[in-house]
Design a protein around this ligand. Structure first.
Ligand code: G
Ligand code: MN
Length: 257
């Protein structure tokens, strides 16, 4: 699908309201306890096919629909997560694009969505994906500081891919980072991936940042990450992204105990 066709499909989906959010748990590496949930967009298509967050985000990245999409995602996710935070202390991770910092007042969008929900800002982690090179980092830093001042946490998503750079760890006010699944996939077989992942965890901890490893599919990966004191893990080893109802059931059946 060309990007323009994808954009048009996204705009239609927004109008028809056939976008929905799924949630994937984030676990404590050692105890496996659920500590947070990442909100991930899904699009139910007429064909019955489900389109995944990455494809939607790529289409949204170059479209004005990005901002409407982001605002709607925050409203829904904050609302869903408010009882999970109240009953289980779970944090909510929400994906935002670096473009929202540069081109829009993300601080207003976030605080408006928050005030219409019962969620505390301390429960919210924004995952910033670096798909575009940030030309004016100073503008972005100002917004980041405002968001943190309002109580939100900021993490870098997919760290080690795209335009994410070690310089960002030096300049940006951050609370954590997610190591991209590409590194985690080859932890057992590739010594370069091992070296990079292990060093990233060490650097992050030296900077008082928390770390999530993404795309953990095997117990052998969990063991390696636990040995390196990686704080949290997320992946098919434990759970795939699931509907709000299924996530709720997982919590009531003791998934976060
Ligand atoms: O980068 P981001 O955190 O937004 O990525 C989340 C995406 O990764 C989701 O679309 C989710 O379905 C996918 N995902 C989550 N866990 C795994 C996993 O263990 N393996 C694979 N292949 N994909 C995963
Ligand atoms: Mn993410």
């Amino acid at each position: 699908m060309t990007n323009r066709v994808a954009q048009a499909a996204l705009e239609r989906a927004l109008e028809n309201d056939d976008l929905l959010l799924h949630y994937q748990p984030i676990h404590d590496t050692v105890s496996s306890r659920i500590v947070a949930a990442e909100a991930l967009l899904r699009q139910m298509r007429e064909s019955g096919e489900v389109r995944e967050a990455k494809v939607i985000a790529e289409a949204a990245e170059n479209s004005p629909a990005l901002f409407a999409l982001s605002s709607r995602t925050m409203l829904t996710a904050f609302d869903d997560a408010s009882q999970w935070y109240e009953t289980h202390g779970l944090r909510l991770h929400v994906n935002v694009s670096a473009r929202e910092f540069v081109e829009r007042d993300i601080v207003s969008t976030a605080t408006a969505a928050l005030s219409s929900s019962k969620l505390a800002p301390q429960a919210v982690v924004f995952e910033i994906t670096e798909t575009t090179y940030i030309e004016r980092p100073k503008d972005v830093i100002g917004d980041m500081e405002k968001l943190r001042g309002a109580g939100f946490a900021l993490w870098l998503d997919d760290f080690g891919t795209g335009h994410s750079s070690l310089l960002h760890l030096r300049h940006f006010p951050l609370d954590g980072l997610k190591i991209a699944a590409e590194f985690i996939a080859r932890l057992e077989s590739d010594r370069r991936c091992r070296a990079i992942s292990r060093s990233l965890i060490e650097v992050a901890h030296e900077l008082d940042l928390k770390v999530v490893a993404e795309g953990v599919e095997r117990e052998s990966q969990r063991e390696i990450l636990a040995e390196w004191d990686c704080d949290f893990i997320q992946g098919f080893l434990f759970n795939r992204p699931m509907s709000t109802e299924r996530f709720q059931q997982l919590l009531t059946s003791g998934g976060a105990a």
